[in-house]
Write a protein that binds this ligand. Structure first.
Ligand SMILES: Cc1ncc(COP(=O)(O)O)c(C=O)c1O
Length: 458
């Protein structure tokens, strides 16, 4: 019998939450159902999703930042169809792969200067793992330096350079590491001077909390690493491919990293992929002889499907001027949101670059609102933002997320094809929710108590 995907979907649609509960992650299922983030989605396109009743959702999360060219971009889809038609000689392993080679060549053309070699892998964490191995081999040292709030993935090596304790807890001991404040070149120098640092791992713009490198910091960090014999790894897994209004965020400050990690948006959101871009002298130390020529490898490295998706995604980014569009649209959204700050006392700051934007809330001045703020934070540090996100989803069909645990920050990372109309929909919806938040007691604050009662965030 022929495999019928449409029939399979028809038969099982509506079972999503039960399947999650029964076979994968019952606690996550409970969180989703409690906060109403469990519509039965049936289609995605661009910056939008649709549920079984035809409701249109605005996606301000883009699968944690993989849909830079938009969901199901027709040109990437078509490239995959073409690929399936050519019965490609994929994954020869003891042989060469044309499409991965062409993609490597294209990536090196757009990458920061000095990067001349590519290793393909399957995820952001895997790219970080490899980058840290390469730094160890190159320097002969072991210690890693990373920043508070830094996030580089959740495998053991990547976890060792994770700046968020909630992820680290319960999994130690980790690799030798030291955490320093983001933006503090003096703290970095003090660590580098000890002479045992293999690498400084840093996101040019931190995804968790959306903290932006101060001007001059990254270049100084690079010079310090160079001076003290360490490697600078720029993690562009989330910031790459136009997210911040440049192809890579390093470009904002002219940073030329020794190693750069990329992943997420590279395949247009279609398949797992990632890469490490690095300098030839590092290559020489890692793959140091003919018998060590595959000393670092991965079964699905250089696979054709990921390469096709990557090539098509790069073509779309260029042809549709998506990076420039992200810069312009991001600036519009940022300015409009910043304009709300003085008008709503719960709003503390809006910051961002391109289409990664943080909306930060803070303690209000007025007595009644302050009572609500204190109460909700006593219940749980993450509740306030959830109380904003729930009506955004339930009443306005907008999907977004908190920026990190324990911060009063909502993060926007929409597909970069977001239109002005999408921005205006978000702005009107957000302002309506913000208005409601400024009425205490009121329904929005009750949402917080309801979530707390269900104890889903404890
Ligand atoms: C900056 C950064 N590095 C690494 C990773 C890990 O990527 P993955 O989830 O593909 O392992 C992430 C994921 O969010 C990330 O944001």
């Amino acid at each position: 019998m022929a495999f019928d995907l449409k029939q399979l979907i028809r038969e099982h649609q509506g079972r999503e939450l039960d399947l999650l509960r029964e076979t994968m992650n019952p606690r996550f299922a409970k969180v989703l159902s409690t906060i109403g983030f469990d519509p039965v989605y049936v289609r995605g396109q661009g910056a939008h999703l649709w549920d079984k009743d035809g409701n249109d959702y605005l996606d301000m999360l883009s699968g944690y930042g993989v849909f830079n060219v938009g969901r199901n971009h027709p040109k990437v889809k078509d490239a995959i169809r073409q690929y399936l038609e050519v019965d490609s000689p994929n994954l020869i392993k003891m042989g060469t792969q044309l499409l991965a080679g062409v993609l490597a060549e294209r990536l090196l053309k757009i990458a920061p200067r000095g990067l001349d070699t590519v290793f393909f892998c399957n995820s952001g964490a895997e790219a970080i793992e490899g980058a840290m191995k390469f730094a160890r081999a190159y320097t002969g040292r072991t210690r890693m330096i990373f920043c508070q709030h830094g996030f580089h993935g959740l495998s053991m090596g990547a976890l060792s350079v994770n700046g968020l304790d909630e992820f680290r807890h319960g999994f130690g001991p980790l690799m030798p590491w030291t955490r320093i404040p983001f933006g503090d070149a003096k703290a970095l120098e003090a660590e580098l001077k000890r002479g045992d640092v293999a690498a400084f791992v840093v996101e040019p713009i931190q995804g968790h909390g959306v903290f932006i490198a101060p001007d001059g910091y990254l270049q100084e960090a690079k010079a310090l690493c160079q001076k003290h014999g360490a490697v600078l790894i720029a993690d562009e897994v989330q910031t790459g491919f136009g997210r911040t209004g440049k192809m890579f965020a390093s470009e904002h400050w002219g940073l030329e990293p020794d190693i750069m990690t990329i992943s997420k948006a590279l395949s247009g959101g279609y398949c797992p992929t990632g890469a490490i871009l690095f300098r030839r002298p590092i290559y020489e130390k890692v793959f140091s002889s003919l018998d060590r020529c595959i000393v670092h490898s991965s079964t699905f490295s250089q696979n054709d499907l990921a390469a096709v998706c990557g090539l098509a995604t790069l073509a779309v980014l260029e042809e549709e001027r998506i990076v420039e569009h992200a810069a312009e649209t991001g600036q519009y959204l940022l300015e409009q949101l910043q304009g709300l700050v003085g008008r709503y006392e719960l709003l503390k700051e809006v910051r961002g670059k391109g289409l990664v934007i943080a909306i930060e809330f803070g303690p209000p001045r007025s007595m009644s609102l302050r009572a609500g703020w204190t109460m909700i934070h006593k219940l749980n540090q993450d509740l306030f933002c959830q109380a904003i996100l729930v009506p955004l989803m339930m009443d306005h069909k907008i999907l977004a997320q908190v920026a990190a645990h324990g911060m009063d920050v909502i993060k926007l990372i929409p597909p970069l094809v977001l239109t002005r109309a999408d921005c205006d929909r978000f702005l009107a919806s957000f302002e309506a929710v913000l208005e409601a938040a400024h009425k205490f007691p009121g329904p929005l604050w009750e949402v917080g108590s309801r979530i707390a009662k269900n104890a889903v965030l404890s």
